[in-house]
Write a protein that binds this ligand. Structure first.
Ligand SMILES: O=C(O)CNC(=O)[C@H](CS)NC(=O)CCC(=O)C(=O)O
Length: 286
């Protein structure tokens, strides 16, 4: 399977961002991508928190999600909508939610799946980014979003995809669990800050690949956004032995890698860390 990761700077509203998304999806399709992965906050990064509450759409009737499903159906690709800032049915706090949209022509046991590009998996970001990285911004994600609590593994043709988002990257147990439950590819769509990205992005992504023997696909937001934050970009695809097989240039970019399951098998044969040594609970010595 050929996977593409898109890098761009999400605008203040979906209308600003969509022409960029659709152009980059077309470029990925021209490079024969079977699956296209968008970063966190794929459709917009709001000017402020009030705008977030005005712009967040309901998962069950989102115009943005429908527009992306149409892209999946038109291009006959799998689409990982890294995340969008959504509102759950009960209308409470928004969720930072990742959606996996299937291909329209995928035939499932003889039946053509919903040609609109069905949503096959939804993951709600578990770890909320409440941090101070000395970039002049106050990050208090838990004040605005409801956190998820359920890891999600989704099937894409013959691959198992572990769905995560951004700050989750700093919690290795989530990735170890996804890998032990069968993940071949770990998705890390992100809007990493410039400061923490410079210091940690490459190291953490390569560590997750090495620890699990999975591919790691990390589409990143890049640039200066409407609320003044600056995101790090450097979208990456890391192979199971830990080598970076694709890295984005500055600005808008499309990076590509072919998933080779034999590389997953050989990495895990060499270092069987993921299959042995179950997670142990430390005893407290009193
Ligand atoms: O706030 C939104 O609208 C969308 N969510 C984000 O952009 C989130 C929370 S601010 N960003 C991160 O998690 C960055 C993590 C990071 O940079 C690190 O772990 O170093």
């Amino acid at each position: 399977m050929r996977i593409a990761a898109l890098q761009y700077c999400a605008g203040a509203t979906a209308d600003v961002t969509f022409p960029v998304i659709e152009t980059l999806i077309a470029q990925a399709v021209a490079k024969q991508a079977d699956m296209v992965c968008l970063p966190e906050a794929a459709s917009f990064l709001p000017t402020n928190r009030e705008a977030l509450f005005q712009l967040a759409e309901h998962t069950h009737d989102s115009a943005s999600l429908k527009r992306l499903q149409a892209q999946a159906a038109t291009h006959k690709i799998w689409l990982l909508v890294g995340s969008m800032l959504m509102r759950t049915a009960d209308g409470k706090s928004p969720m930072n939610q990742s959606h996996l949209v299937n291909q329209s022509h995928l035939v499932n046991r003889g039946h053509l799946i919903d040609p609109s590009g069905a949503i096959t998996a939804i993951y709600d970001k578990i770890h909320m980014f409440d941090a101070n990285v000395a970039d002049g911004q106050v990050y208090e994600e838990s004040a605005y979003f409801q956190a998820g609590d359920q890891p999600v593994l989704a099937q894409v043709d013959d691959l198992n995809i572990g769905m995560t988002i951004c700050y989750d990257l700093r919690f290795p147990h989530l990735y170890r669990q996804l890998a032990r439950d069968g993940a071949d590819v770990l998705m890390v769509p992100a809007a990493f800050t410039q400061n923490s990205g410079k210091a940690h992005w490459h190291i953490l992504l390569r560590a997750r690949a090495i620890e699990t023997g999975c591919y790691v696909v990390a589409p990143g937001q890049m640039g200066t956004h409407a609320d003044g934050r600056v995101t790090y970009g450097h979208s990456l695809i890391v192979a199971p032995w830990g080598e970076i097989v694709a890295e984005a240039q500055d600005g808008e970019d499309v990076i590509i890698a072919d998933i080779d399951q034999s590389q997953i098998e050989s990495a895990r044969k060499a270092i069987p860390a993921i299959t042995t040594h179950p997670i142990l609970k430390p005893t407290t010595l009193s």
